[in-house]
Design a protein around this ligand. Structure first.
Ligand SMILES: [Ca+2]
Ligand SMILES: [Cu+2]
Length: 388
């Protein structure tokens, strides 16, 4: 498996998707087709049909019941969307019909405090805290074969947006306890989302907590909060009545984060309104891992099969920009998302990243099935369930 965590070139990061999509055939000239897309849009998104089954009497602590049901998944170009926004939706089409069973979902991203409990209980060491082995990274320069992670380190002046190595850097000593490098810490940041977590880290956490990662379809059903076909988790407008609804990037990308939404960089969890299912930060702040492998043509495959029932993602990953990389789907966008570059806070849009690569704008949350919840309650007779 090729991997980019400490590769010779800077690692692939979700916020760079605009570059790749620019190369994948979406051109400015396509904007001419926009008026007809608007007409089509109303047809392709059908209403969400939530399961009528009532919610279980008791929910696990910190989790919301997501009823599941049938919905239309993916993203269209919203009206008035510019070139950048349109690129964000290329791999999120066609809109296709999906059914998911009901499940519980963490109301917030997993926080530093929660992750610390897990580490204390298990002694777990994250990928970013381990020294990379040379045999796993044959292309990496020797100086990168030290424990560390990928950090957003913006230039102090405007730069062309064609080369993300200008703002992403592999920082030795960066990890979940030191999000910006050895001299930074999470003291006083208990309720911030944990970051610099690789896929095996979040899987280990989920297993310990008696939960699992959401599939991409579960994630999107939950994020839509019962609404159908809206560009944003909360509805049609990015700022309804002028209100900021998510932690994204204002100012000038990447050099100036103006923090007009109240936060420069990362924010604590749950600082913005919850969605229709009581979930916080399903747009912006930090990207979230899902369990699906990434392929840009996966929705095409599903569309041809009618209603997809509990889709688990394709069998393997494929990103035309970096073939051979094992990438999982990321969702939600981050505090770095901006309509100047990468408007992935739009609810149907997709991100992706190598399984071994965490960053300081990537976190996660878990889901729990009814079966896992029943198991946890039985276990609670003899000892309190983990993760609470
Ligand atoms: Ca912000
Ligand atoms: Cu983004």
């Amino acid at each position: 498996m090729r991997s980019s965590r400490v590769a010779a070139k800077a690692p692939e990061v979700s916020a760079t998707d605009a570059n790749e999509n620019a190369a994948s055939g979406m051109k400015r000239a396509d904007a001419g087709a926009k008026s007809s897309l608007v007409a089509v849009k109303r047809v392709v998104f059908e209403p969400t049909a939530p399961n009528p089954t009532p919610a279980p009497a008791k929910s696990p602590q910190g989790m919301a019941w997501i009823p599941g049901g049938e919905f239309s998944m993916g993203a269209q170009d919203p009206p008035e969307m510019d070139d950048v926004g349109m690129k964000a939706t290329v791999d999120s089409r066609p809109i296709h019909r999906v059914y998911v069973d009901g499940f519980f979902m963490d109301k917030t991203d997993v926080t530093n405090a929660e992750f610390e409990k897990f580490v204390k209980a298990t002694g777990y060491v994250t990928v970013a805290e381990r020294k990379p082995r040379a045999e796993d990274y044959p292309d990496a320069p020797p100086e990168n074969l030290v424990a560390g992670s990928v950090v957003f380190a913006p230039p102090n002046h405007p730069v062309p947006l064609d080369n993300y190595f200008q703002w992403w850097t592999y920082v030795p000593g960066a990890n979940w306890r030191h999000p910006l490098g050895p001299n930074s810490s999470i003291v006083g940041k208990d309720n911030y989302p944990v970051v610099h977590v690789a896929y095996e880290d979040v899987q280990a956490y989920a297993k310990w907590a008696g939960k699992r990662l959401p599939t991409e379809a579960e994630w999107e059903f939950a994020a839509r909060g019962g609404l159908a076909g809206k560009p944003y988790v909360w509805g049609d407008e990015f700022r309804p009545h002028g209100k900021w609804m998510a932690n994204t990037h204002q100012g000038h990308f990447p050099d100036k984060d103006a923090g007009e939404d109240g936060y420069t960089g990362i924010a604590p969890v749950a600082q913005f309104p919850a969605n229709g299912y009581g979930l916080y930060d399903m747009a912006g702040n930090v990207w979230q891992w899902t369990s699906d492998w990434y392929r840009p043509d996966y929705y095409q495959q599903l569309k041809s099969m009618g209603v997809a029932r509990n889709p688990q993602g394709p069998d393997s990953a494929y990103d035309p920009a970096e073939p051979g990389h094992a990438k999982k789907v990321h969702r939600g966008g981050s505090f770095l998302c901006t309509d100047q570059y990468c408007s992935r806070y739009m609810v149907g849009t997709r991100g992706k990243g190598d399984v071994d690569t965490g960053t300081n704008h990537l976190g996660f949350r878990c889901v729990m099935t009814i079966q896992q919840w029943e198991t946890a309650q039985k276990g609670a007779v003899s000892h309190s369930s983990p993760g609470q």
